[in-house]
Design a protein around this ligand. Structure first.
Ligand SMILES: C/C=C/C(=O)SCCNC(=O)CCNC(=O)[C@H](O)C(C)(C)COP(=O)(O)OP(=O)(O)OC[C@H]1O[C@@H](n2cnc3c(N)ncnc32)[C@H](O)[C@@H]1OP(=O)(O)O
Ligand SMILES: NC(=O)C1=CN([C@@H]2O[C@H](COP(=O)(O)OP(=O)(O)OC[C@H]3O[C@@H](n4cnc5c(N)ncnc54)[C@H](OP(=O)(O)O)[C@@H]3O)[C@@H](O)[C@H]2O)C=CC1
Length: 447
C-alpha cells in the first residue's frame, strides 16, 4: 500500500467513507523536515544569510500511531508560514526544544519527540482515519486544519482555548505537520474545506487568516469597528493581506504599508485607497542600531494624516516589531490600540512610553486564534467574504525554495505547496460559487 492508492481514491471524487476506511494506511510517506543534528549549521551567520534551502529536507518517514481524539489526514496541499522560516533557521530557538518538552507531557505525546521535525501549520486534504472518541469526522471528509493544539485539561483554557497552559502551534511546537503527504492532527483542528476552492487555495488562508481575525476583529484583539483607521504593516503579505480584507469588509479604512509599487497595486486592487510605500518614502525610524529618530515617526504620522484627512489611526496591526514599533505607538490616536502578534525584525521593542500613557493608548498581545475564532475565520472564507491570497505554488520537494522566498520577502500574499495533489486547480466542488468570486480568488496569482 502506498500514498498513490490514497491519491487514486481522492481523485475518483466519489469514493465513500467506507472505501477510505478500507484503504490500508501506507507504512511511510514523504515529509518536509528539519534535522536535530543540524541545529547549529547556521551558527555565526546573520539572520538574513541563514538559508532554509540548506536546512529543509524531504524525507520518507513512518506514519505515526493514531491516538484518541486524533485524525490522520491525506494532505493534498499546504502553505508556507513564517513559523516554518523560523524553524528552518533555528531562530529564535530550535524547535526541537518544543518537541522535547511536549514529549514529556504523556505516553502519547512522546511520539512527537523525534530527531526530525515534520513542519507545516496549514493543510487541505482528506481524513484517512480517526482515533477513538472522534465522532464528528470520518474517513473521506474533505477538510482544512487550523493549527491550534491544546490538551484542555486545565480550566485556564476553557473560556479561550488559546489560554490553555499546554497550548501549542501544530507543525511548529508539535511534530507531524502539514508540509507532508500525511499529517497527524487533533480532530478539533478539523474544519470543512471551502467547497469553491482548490486544494492549494483552501490550504493558504488558515493560519494567517485566523491570526488576523483574532488580532483585528475579535473581542480578544482590537475589536475593529466601522470607520476605524487601521494601519496595516506588510499589507500585501501573509497576515496583512487578510487584515486588509477584514478592514475593508468591516467598513474600516485600512492604511496599507508596503514596500513596492507592485504591492501597492495589489492593495489597490483589493479596494484599499490609503497606501504608503515605505521604500519609496524612505522612512528610517532608527538612526543607528540603538537610536530611534522621532522626527521620522512624525513624518510618517503626517503622511497618515494626509491620507485620512487629518485623522490618526485607531488601530495598528503590528508584526514587524523592533523596526516599526516605536513609530506604531507614536502614530496611534489617543485611546487607540496597537495589537501585536510578532517581531520579525527583532523582539526587543523600544517606544517612548510617554506617548502611550499620556494618550491612554494600549498594547495588546495576540497569538493565533482560539478554536472558535479559527472556525469563524474559516467560515468567512467558505462564504466567499474573505478570499485566499495565494500568489505562487511550489512542489513539495521545492519547499526549501518556497521558505527562502518568504524569508527574503520575495513573495506576495501566501506561497502554496502541493503535497499529494499532482497539479494545481483540483478539489473544487462548487464551481458556481467559484465563478462568482474568481477575480478575487486569483487576485494575487503570478504577480
Ligand atoms: C501561529 C504562528 C505563530 C508564529 O509564527 S509566532 C512567531 C514564531 N514564534 C516565536 O518566535 C516564539 C518562539 N518561542 C520562544 O521564543 C519561547 O518559547 C518563549 C520566549 C515564548 C518562551 O521561552 P521558554 O524558555 O520556552 O519559556 P519560559 O516561560 O521562559 O520557561 C522557562 C522556565 O521559566 C519559568 N518561568 C516562566 N515564567 C516565570 C515567572 N514569571 N517566574 C519564574 N519563573 C518563570 C518556567 O516555569 C520554566 O521553568 P522550567 O524550565 O523549570 O520548566
Ligand atoms: N503570533 C501569531 O499567531 C503569528 C505570528 N506571525 C508572525 O508574523 C510575522 C509576519 O508573518 P507573515 O505576515 O505571514 O509574513 P510575510 O513575510 O508574508 O509578511 C510580512 C510583511 O511584513 C512586511 N515587513 C517585513 N519586515 C518589515 C520591516 N522591517 N518593516 C516594515 N515592514 C516589514 C513586509 O511587507 P513590505 O515589504 O511590503 O512592507 C512583509 O511582506 C512573522 O514573524 C510570523 O512569524 C504570523 C502568523 C501568526
Amino acid at each position: 500500500m502506498t500514498v498513490k492508492d490514497i491519491l487514486d481514491a481522492i481523485q475518483s471524487k466519489d469514493a465513500t467513507s467506507a472505501d477510505y476506511a478500507a484503504l490500508p494506511l501506507p507504512d511511510s510517506y514523504r515529509a518536509i523536515t528539519v534535522h536535530k543534528d543540524e541545529t547549529e549549521m547556521f551558527a555565526g551567520l546573520e539572520t538574513r544569510d541563514k538559508d532554509p534551502r540548506k536546512s529543509i529536507h524531504l524525507d520518507e518517514v513512518p506514519v505515526p500511531e493514531l491516538g484518541p481524539g486524533e485524525a490522520l489526514v491525506a494532505v493534498m496541499a499546504s502553505s508556507v508560514n513564517y513559523n516554518s522560516v523560523w524553524t528552518s533557521i533555528f531562530e529564535p530557538l530550535s524547535t526541537f526544544g518544543f518537541l522535547e518538552r511536549y514529549g514529556k507531557v504523556s505516553e502519547l505525546t512522546r511520539r512527537h519527540d523525534l530527531p526530525y521535525h515534520i513542519i507545516g501549520s496549514d493543510l487541505a486534504g482528506v481524513v484517512l482515519r480517526t482515533g477513538p472518541g472522534v465522532n464528528a469526522w470520518k474517513p473521506g471528509d474533505e477538510v482544512v486544519a487550523h493549527c491550534l493544539s491544546v490538551e484542555l485539561e486545565s480550566s485556564d483554557g476553557h473560556n479561550d482555548t488559546m489560554l490553555d497552559p499546554e497550548q501549542r502551534i501544530w507543525g511548529f511546537e508539535t511534530n507531524f505537520g502539514g508540509l507532508a503527504e500525511v499529517a497527524l492532527v487533533k480532530s478539533n483542528q478539523l474544519m470543512p474545506k471551502p467547497a469553491h476552492l482548490s486544494w492549494e487555495e483552501a490550504a493558504a488562508p488558515g493560519l494567517v487568516n485566523s491570526t488576523a481575525y483574532r488580532q483585528l476583529v475579535s473581542r480578544n484583539g482590537a475589536q475593529m469597528k466601522q470607520g476605524d483607521n487601521v494601519l496595516i504593516w506588510g499589507a500585501s503579505g501573509g497576515l496583512g493581506s487578510y487584515a486588509t480584507q477584514f478592514a475593508l469588509a468591516g467598513g474600516a479604512n485600512p492604511i496599507c504599508v508596503v514596500s513596492s509599487d507592485q504591492k501597492a497595486d495589489i492593495c489597490r486592487s483589493m479596494g484599499a485607497e490609503a497606501i504608503i510605500d515605505r521604500n519609496a518614502e524612505g522612512y528610517r525610524f532608527w538612526k543607528d542600531e540603538n537610536t530611534q529618530d522621532p522626527k521620522e515617526w512624525k513624518r510618517f504620522g503626517k503622511r497618515i494624516r494626509e491620507l485620512t484627512g487629518g485623522e490618526d489611526v485607531d488601530i495598528v496591526f503590528e508584526h514587524p516589531g523592533r523596526e516599526t514599533f516605536g513609530a506604531s505607538v507614536y502614530v496611534t490616536r489617543k485611546g487607540g490600540t496597537i495589537v501585536t502578534c510578532a517581531s520579525t525584525s527583532g523582539y526587543n521593542h523600544e517606544y517612548d512610553n510617554r506617548y502611550l500613557w499620556m494618550s491612554l493608548k494600549r498594547i495588546i498581545g495576540s497569538h493565533f486564534a482560539n478554536y472558535r475564532e479559527a472556525w469563524e475565520a474559516n467560515r468567512l472564507i467558505a462564504k466567499g467574504k474573505i478570499h485566499p491570497t495565494l500568489s505562487k505554488v511550489y512542489s513539495l520537494q521545492d519547499t526549501g525554495q518556497a521558505a527562502y522566498d518568504v524569508h527574503r520577502n520575495l513573495h506576495q500574499g501566501k506561497v502554496g505547496v502541493l503535497c499529494l495533489a499532482p497539479e494545481e486547480g483540483l478539489g473544487v466542488r462548487d464551481e458556481e460559487m467559484r465563478a462568482k468570486h474568481i477575480d478575487a480568488i486569483n487576485r494575487f496569482r503570478n504577480v
